[in-house]
Design a binder for this molecule. Structure first.
Ligand code: C5P
Length: 214
């Protein structure tokens, strides 16, 4: 599977559809977050599925265990490939999500990449997530190798906070795509560098080519 996950952080169905069409040569998984999900919900899921692609539903569930488990069941009914829950929901919540039968992959958010947080704390949260039985974690590119070392290679690490050039936006703990992949990221989540580009397909292509393992 290709390593770039495109964050479809747009609130316009047509724009989302054209981004999927333009980038489909380089991307297999599209991330649908609250903005697009609240705007176009199931329609967007269907469009991505019809394009032969997978959905990463990034709604970062954080609620009482039974509500999170039911939410994971609903995501399974929508056919999503993977989804996020928050690590701070605690053991009972994370294990309730994990216990859902035939569920999508569960990736735990260790911390937001816009937050300043010590690396050891992120690694502790990743170890906790692994102990609870999830498939992997979302972390900044800065902690990938530490998490892989502590949790093993089979434990997915997905990194947002990808920047091609130094930026002044809300992402604080950032890295270049090549570095994130070299450090062991299984997938890199890229949003604004592609969706705000004049030619999204060209940026997607250049990131794709830059991280191809020779
Ligand atoms: O535009 P940008 O490349 O910063 O997009 C990053 C995406 O990853 C956003 O959709 C954001 O919600 C998401 N994300 C994140 N940090 C996390 C988890 C998800 O930036 N820890």
């Amino acid at each position: 599977m290709k390593k770039i996950i495109l964050a479809l952080d747009v609130y316009n169905y047509q724009k989302a559809e054209s981004l999927v069409k333009e980038t489909s040569l380089y991307i297999d998984i599209y991330k649908v977050g609250p903005i697009l999900f609240l705007h176009a919900g199931k329609k967007i899921m269907k469009m991505i599925e019809k394009s032969g692609k997978k959905v990463f539903l990034d709604l970062k569930f954080h609620d009482i265990p039974s509500t999170v488990a039911r939410s994971v069941e609903m995501a399974r009914e929508l056919g999503v490939y993977s989804l996020t829950i928050h690590s701070v929901g605690g053991e009972e919540m994370v294990k309730a999500a994990v216990s859902v039968k035939n569920r999508p992959k569960i990736w735990v958010v260790t911390a937001l990449t816009s937050q300043i947080i010590k690396s050891f704390e992120v690694v502790e949260r990743a170890k906790f997530a692994k102990f609870c039985g999830v498939n992997g974690v979302i972390s900044s590119p800065l902690e990938v190798s530490l998490i892989k070392k502590e949790c093993g290679n089979d434990f997915d690490v997905i990194t947002p906070g990808i920047r091609l050039v130094k930026s002044d936006d809300d992402q604080k703990r950032i890295a270049d795509p090549k570095i994130a992949v070299k450090k062991g990221a299984d997938f890199i989540v890229v949003g604004r560098p592609i969706i705000e580009a004049i030619k999204p397909s060209e940026v997607a292509k250049s990131i794709y080519e830059s991280i191809l393992t020779k």
